[in-house]
Design a protein around this ligand. Sequence first.
Ligand SMILES: [Zn+2]
Length: 252
Amino acid sequence: MNADLERLIALQKLDSTAEAARRALAAEPEHEVALTARLESATQHVAAAKEQLAANKNARAALEKDVAMHQGRLSKFRDQGMTVKTNQEFQAIQHEIAFAQTEIKKIEDAILERMMESDDLAAAARTAEAQLAAEQRAIDADRRTGSAAHIEMHAALERIAVERATLIAGLDTQVLATFDAVSRKRNGVAMSEARAGVCTICHVRLRPQVFNTVLRNDSILQCDHCNRILYYVPVPASAATAPSGASPQPAS
Ligand SMILES: [Zn+2]
């Protein structure tokens, strides 16, 4: 293979790797914002569940106070019932007692309902706390992986810069100028593999004469359509001879 072409392929690989690393580094703040939002959401679920549980407890305490109040009135009426003089007074006291009893029954039902609700709320609060703990662990792990990747990407970028400088030093300046110009114009991708007579990036069919020359990998040729520098990756002999899609049959 043409030595410059070989260097250009290596150069493109370095540039693409560097570009991916730079893109991943640029996406880090957004990723961190998403992690923080996940944690915030799980924390809020716990707070909301605990708030509901506390509200239930307060409501029960208020209902129990009401029961005590009605029970106080009830015993007062019962005491008064001992000392009434007239039938009319007796009827009135009986009426008050019945009313207080009905109220107590109603409130006790409400308390029972709140107690059952409290079991569900306590279970929901425990679930929310378990989810928060799991989320915290997952996010911690994500951050550890992320910071290891961050360090590795910076190290890779430094390595790539050194390798790139070495590669460029060995390249023909005209060839490098062509590479740089196409790379700038084509989003950092200046090289394209030619396969089956087609430029694999812009998908335009190459002139047979161009493709036949590309097959030899001995010169710097550009795609007529996208201007990318073309190269050919020879198909391994085994893959070329095997019928496509067929797997080898075991000997019987
Ligand atoms: Zn092309």
